[in-house]
Design a protein. Sequence first.
Length: 180
Amino acid sequence: MLDPGHGGKDPGAIGRNTRIREKDIALHIARETKKLLEASGYQVLMIRNSDIFIPVPERPVLAQKAKADLFVSIHADSVESSEPRGGGVYVLSQKGASSAAAALLAANENAAGSIGGVNMGGNKDVNQVLMNMVQTQTINDSKRLARFVLNQMSKHNKMKNEVQYAGFGVLRAPDVPLPS
Ligand SMILES: [Zn+2]
């Protein structure tokens, strides 16, 4: 599942001189990436393939519903200084993961269903432990993929040296590996 960041009423960052909008760059990159991946035999879905607004918390849910193996969110960030160059790859931090798991458990407390194969109808404490295991595994898988993506991108572009960790809302699905 590719997730072009922003869209619709949310333009993301806007180039100071060019006025180019992040939402347009993200969509363009996602479409090109989809073509390349499909040419290699991957099945690729997109969170959006037009200029529409989809709230951040809904995005990982759409990936889960589609039973995606991977979720990659694409952004083009901005900073005040014109000095920085290059890109970065982010995965969910353990701290962000704990709060996401807690929120999901709270939301699912009275609801049936399962997250990452964990049946939410059972004992609350058992659910918590199982969810943490699923999420730790997901973060480890994300890190492996993020390192690979970073190494590959470094061959073509200036990149940050290490995988970055953050609590971005869009990364908060417990059972789909999520580099951004
Ligand atoms: Zn963005």
